[in-house]
Design a protein around this ligand. Structure first.
Ligand SMILES: [Zn+2]
Ligand SMILES: [Zn+2]
Length: 496
């Protein structure tokens, strides 16, 4: 299932346009915008289209022409803007190439009633009222409306908001059994909600987290106190488990700045993604890419950058939610050599990797085997090599190549070893059946010329390896200060 999270922001988004708090300042400095947007599933199901859904879809690289169902959780303006029906009608009326498929609009009765005014009479739009328990068989997807507690009131006896009280959440499944929970907006789960999701074992749970650790909160939303408790309840009834990708959505500026928010979410077994992120949840029972030779995409990515630039983290993010990841770690424990700092960094890398990833540590392989490891990678799998600089170091180590007296020029044992290793790596890249190979390397050539012959040799060899590997890659990124810059294909600007 392909789930594009078009927007991860609450109604007023992050940064809040009128606010200069630390969180809003941090978001502005990072250029990170969280806006309401909704979720697009398998191109055909659009959940909670917010007013800016068109721009959000364009930024995410998708269009809405295949949408056959719009599902609306409730009528609050950050979840539903009926003008989308008008914009769609302009194309359906024949003002664009190709006919649009018929459309169903599913949502609480009051929302459906007012939405119908936006469609010309006799149009091919069907309006279906939703209450918790309702089920619809869509194109390749099953949609079920489940209980929301968005209508909970904070003070006993205070007046309930009828729009929030009519809210539903959604359970979406595909033919393979992949199951997704869309839980916005809602307060803490009650017995009805827990009953609706018990035993669901969601592969992906999009759960609202509107409010923070302090500051305003309401009973009809989740905050830093109620969100982890809600997840604990969902775990208790088997709605989510250790394999569920729990993603917080409907985020506001009441949260701490991004690094603290990510740390808090990680401690609760959840995470946040950027607006426009596409997630690919997959049920255990669904056919894996590895089962079908035809599905290999052969995407190759090189991530280069300086020390501690964030390149490894970025490479791991590129792997996304891939289920079949082979991690080739070229770092090796050096504690025996007294380099404890090195071991700590390695341990931090290992701890960050999801437990479902298979890791092959370098100590178990010969450095010349990197190309062979690529050739042997399972079809359709994702392979991460971190990193080529350490691999090159070990390759040269293996021939005692740092001995300047032995010579480092063309034809030397060290130079031949590097050339052979590089050829084997390129051959592995050219023949691998892996779906996505992600390689991390170091950018070492920009500083002063190293004082030693071995230092210059290493710098030059790594520069050549990087350039040759990049030549075979479909994408190359330069990571600087935690930001990843996509580098254009060679001479792209000249070829148009
Ligand atoms: Zn709401
Ligand atoms: Zn909302």
């Amino acid at each position: 299932m392909r789930v594009t999270v078009l927007g991860t922001g609450a109604a007023d988004g992050v940064p809040q346009p009128f606010c200069r708090c630390d969180t809003c300042a941090d978001a502005r400095a990072r250029g990170q915008v969280r806006a309401p947007g909704g979720v697009l599933i398998d191109s055909t199901l659009l959940v909670d289209p917010a007013p800016a859904v068109g721009a959000a879809a364009a930024r995410a690289g998708v269009d809405l022409s295949q949408v056959t169902t719009i599902a609306i959780s409730h009528g609050h303006a950050d979840h539903w803007d009926p003008a989308i029906l008008l914009f769609r009608q302009w194309i359906a009326d024949g003002n664009g190439p190709g006919a649009l498929p018929p459309l169903r609009v599913i949502g609480p009765a009051a929302v459906i009633a007012s939405a119908a005014d936006w469609v010309a009479p006799g149009g091919s739009v069907e309006f279906l009222p939703a209450v918790a328990g309702g089920c619809w068989q869509l194109d390749g997807l099953n949609l079920r409306a489940i209980t929301s507690t968005h209508g909970l009131v904070s003070a006993p006896g205070s007046e309930a908001d009828p729009v929030a009280a009519a809210a539903v959440l959604f359970d979406v499944r595909d033919a393979h059994g992949t199951a997704v929970l869309y839980a916005a907006d809602t307060g803490p789960p009650d017995a009805d909600l827990l009953g609706d999701v018990a035993g669901a074992s969601y592969d992906l749970a999009l759960v609202e987290l509107t409010f923070g650790a302090s500051g305003p909160t309401t009973a009809g939303h989740l905050d830093h106190a109620t969100f982890p408790r809600a997840l604990a309840e969902l775990r208790r009834v088997g709605a989510i488990n250790a394999d569920t990708d729990v993603v917080a959505i409907h985020l506001s500026h009441h949260h701490p700045p991004a690094p603290e928010l990510h740390a808090a979410l990680a401690s609760w077994g959840a995470r946040a993604v950027a607006d426009g992120t596409t997630l690919e949840p997959l049920a255990e029972t669904a056919p894996r890419a590895a089962d079908t030779l035809t599905s290999t995409t052969n995407r190759t990515t090189l991530v280069t950058g300086g020390a501690r630039s964030g390149k490894s983290t970025f490479a791991e993010q590129l792997a996304g939610n891939a289920s079949d990841v082979l991690y080739l770690a070229t770092g090796w424990p050096r504690g025996a050599l007294g380099d404890d700092d090195w071991d700590e960094r390695l341990a931090a890398h290992v701890a960050r990797r999801p437990s479902r990833w298979r890791t092959r540590e370098w100590s178990a392989m010969s450095p010349a085997d990197l190309g062979a490891a690529l050739t042997a990678a399972p079809p359709g799998s994702t392979v991460i090599i971190d990193c080529l600089a350490l691999w090159l170091t070990r390759l040269i180590d293996a021939v005692a190549g740092w001995d300047e007296a032995a010579g480092l020029g063309t034809g030397s044992a060290a130079a031949t070893t590097v050339t052979d290793g590089c050829e084997a790596l390129l051959a592995g890249l050219a023949t691998t059946a892996a779906g996505h190979v992600i390689m991390v390397t170091n950018e070492v050539g920009s500083g002063v010329v190293p004082a030693t012959a071995s230092g210059r040799f290493f710098r030059d060899q790594l520069g050549r390896v990087n350039a040759r590997v990049a030549g075979l890659c479909s994408e190359v990124y330069l990571v600087v200060a935690g930001r990843a810059l996509p580098l254009t294909a060679p001479y792209q600007e000249f070829h148009g």
